[in-house]
Design a protein around this ligand. Structure first.
Ligand code: AKB
Length: 315
C-alpha cells in the first residue's frame, strides 16, 4: 500500500495531483502538506493535511515517521518569474527544500519524485525538438535550481540508490488552482480573461513559442512515471514531457472558436519575455514515450474546450 507525502500541495500541480491521488490511492493514504493553510481549500478539507516548511529537515522527517510514508512527491518551489525577483530565497527554498526531502528519502528508503522544468534549459540549448540529453546552461535562478536539482537527484540515485524520478514540465494549464509567478502563466490567465472580459493583454510577445500541457496529462504523467517498473527506465535524469508547442496567437485562435469576438493584445514584460526566449520552442519527448508510455491526451483544441467549460462552471 502506498503512503504518499506531497509537499507544496496547495500549488498549481499539488492541488490537482492531491485530488487525483486521493481518488486513486485512497484519501487516508495521501498526506498533503504546505506552508499555507487557507480556509475552504479542498486540499486542506478533503483529506489529511499538515503544515510543513520544507526548509526544516526535522519537520519533514517527523511527518514521514508519523504517517509511515513510503513515497515523497516534492513540489514546493518558487517558479521562474518570482525566483528571478528573489534569487536568494529561490536557492534557499528550491535547493534547501530538495536536499532536505532527498535526505529524508535516503534515510527512510522512500521513493521520490520532484519536477524539473523546461526552465532547466538555456539559450545555448538546441531550440527545436530539444533532445533528452543536451547542453543545459540556464540563465535564470529558477533554471539554475532546476538543473542543480536534476543533478542532485541523479547523485542520490547513483550514490545512495534512492529511487528518484522526475520530468521536465512545460507550462501547465489548469482550472483548479492558479500558477504562482511563472513565465508560462499567461497561458492560464488568457482563459480567465477571455471569459471575464472577452480580451487579454499578453505579457509574452507574439510569435514566442513554448511547450505547454494540460494539467490532467501532467498528473497522469507523474502517476505513470512513478508506477513504471525500475528496469524500464533507462534515463534517470528528468524526462522531457510536453503536449504542444504554442505561441499566444495559437491560444487566440483556439479561444475564438468558442468566443468569436475575443481580442488579444500585447504589453510585453521584458523580464518574463527574456526568460521565455532563453527556453526551447519545442522539446523532444521520445524517451518518455518509449520508457514509460507517456502519452498526453489533450491537444490545444481539446484543452481549450475543456478549460472554458470548467471555468464557466466555476463562475
Ligand atoms: C514557469 O513558467 O516558471 C513554470 C515552468 C515552465 O517551469 N511554469
Amino acid at each position: 500500500m502506498k503512503k504518499i507525502l506531497i509537499t507544496g500541495a496547495l500549488g498549481q500541480i499539488g492541488t490537482a495531483l492531491t485530488a487525483r491521488m486521493r481518488e486513486k490511492y485512497g484519501t487516508e493514504n495521501v498526506l498533503a502538506t504546505d506552508i499555507h493553510k487557507p480556509e475552504g481549500s479542498t486540499v486542506v478539507e478533503n483529506g489529511l493535511f499538515e503544515y510543513l516548511d520544507v526548509t526544516n529537515y526535522t519537520a519533514i522527517e517527523e511527518l514521514v515517521e508519523k504517517y509511515k510514508i513510503d513515497t515523497i512527491i516534492h513540489l514546493a518551489a518558487l517558479l521562474s518569474a518570482v525566483a528571478e525577483a528573489k534569487p536568494q530565497l529561490a536557492w534557499e527554498l528550491n535547493m534547501g527544500g530538495l536536499m532536505n526531502a532527498l535526505e529524508v528519502a535516503r534515510i527512510h528508503n522512500l521513493k521520490f519524485f520532484t519536477p524539473s522544468s523546461i526552465g532547466a534549459f538555456g539559450p545555448q540549448t538546441p531550440k527545436d525538438q530539444t533532445p533528452q540529453v543536451t547542453l543545459q546552461r540556464p540563465t535564470t535562478m529558477y533554471g539554475v535550481t532546476k538543473v542543480s536539482g536534476e543533478l542532485l537527484c541523479d547523485y542520490y540515485y547513483h550514490k545512495f540508490n534512492v529511487d528518484t524520478r522526475s520530468v521536465r514540465f512545460p507550462g501547465l494549464i489548469s482550472y483548479e488552482a492558479l500558477p504562482g509567478g511563472g513565465t508560462t502563466d499567461y497561458a492560464v490567465d488568457i482563459y480567465y480573461k477571455a471569459l471575464e472580459q472577452n480580451a487579454y493583454t499578453s505579457f509574452i510577445d507574439r510569435g514566442t513559442y513554448m511547450d505547454m500541457m494540460y494539467m490532467p496529462d501532467a498528473v497522469e504523467a507523474i502517476i505513470r512515471l512513478m508506477e513504471a517498473p525500475v528496469n524500464q527506465l533507462i534515463n534517470r535524469n528528468a524526462f522531457n514531457v510536453s503536449a504542444m508547442s504554442v505561441c499566444p496567437e495559437d491560444f487566440e485562435k483556439a479561444i475564438q472558436k468558442h468566443i468569436p469576438d475575443f481580442k488579444l493584445s500585447f504589453e510585453v514584460d521584458p523580464v518574463r519575455q527574456s526568460i521565455a526566449e532563453s527556453w526551447p520552442n519545442s522539446i523532444d519527448t521520445t524517451c518518455a514515450r518509449k520508457e514509460w508510455n507517456f502519452s498526453p491526451k489533450y491537444t490545444l483544441e481539446r484543452m481549450t474546450a475543456d478549460m472554458l467549460e470548467k471555468l464557466n462552471k466555476k463562475k
